[in-house]
Design a protein. Sequence first.
Length: 127
Amino acid sequence: MKRRILISRILMMLLIAPLMYASQPGMISVSGLTHQKHSVTCVDCHNTNKPVAKASVSACLKCHSNGKGKYVGTGAKKYAFDGHSTKEVNPHVSHFVELPCTECHKTHVASVNYCNKCHLFGDMPVK
């Protein structure tokens, strides 16, 4: 039984997760609109008017930190987990490694839920 569940989760990861993770070029994310609303420019995050790379974590933390260089996040909330139960998680506390902000939060394309590469959090919003 456990093997069948494992196989079904692997199949879900291979078939469904890439579709959920894909960004949609040409879209601007909620964070992009928020940055525009607050007059944040390319220079503020990328140190240039013509960025060619993602902003660094330190650039994000200039505005989004607790004043000690750490992002405190939104705290743990309950989300639908892998389609059959709920689980209390803090998406800013990974059980793998500390991910850069830009793994989930995008400005120039739709933001993505990195956790959905392996799990199915259908109701976890990413701004």
